[in-house]
Design a protein around this ligand. Structure first.
Ligand SMILES: [Zn+2]
Length: 124
């Protein structure tokens, strides 16, 4: 089932308060069409290349390894060996997407434990 030629598109939209609690709305297109998997969104205002690295890692797992992610799931070792990410349901420009929750500096993904600045940017 692996398809090494499958590609996704990544958009970085800034000042988009309609689709992101932080105004940063980085997201993918293509996972829905290619695999029937919700596309991904990152709202923590990280550098675009950091968001792209996370999207590319997750897209590789979805497209080439057959993995599927749902709200509440976690995925270990994304972007580096110690960075787990979480997922919550979200909407982006009318689409249902999966928001990728990046950890705070202490590695917290749980909103109850997360630094309030990171929490506000990702959970609203
Ligand atoms: Zn887009």
């Amino acid at each position: 089932m692996a398809d090494d030629h499958a590609t996704i598109t990544i958009h970085h939209v800034f000042g988009d308060t309609a689709n992101s609690p932080s105004g940063t709305n980085s997201h993918t297109h293509g996972l829905e069409e290619l695999r029937g998997h919700h596309d991904l969104q990152i709202t923590l205002p990280v550098r675009p290349e950091v968001a792209a690295a996370v999207f590319n890692r997750l897209a590789h797992l979805i497209l080439n390894c057959g993995m599927r992610f749902r709200p509440g799931d976690r995925c270990p070792n994304v972007a580096n060996a110690h960075m787990d990410v979480g997922f919550i349901a979200s909407r982006e420009s009318g689409r249902v997407v999966l928001r990728v929750i990046l950890p705070d500096r202490e590695g917290n993904i749980d909103p109850a434990l997360m630094d309030p600045i990171y929490r506000a940017a990702q959970f609203g």
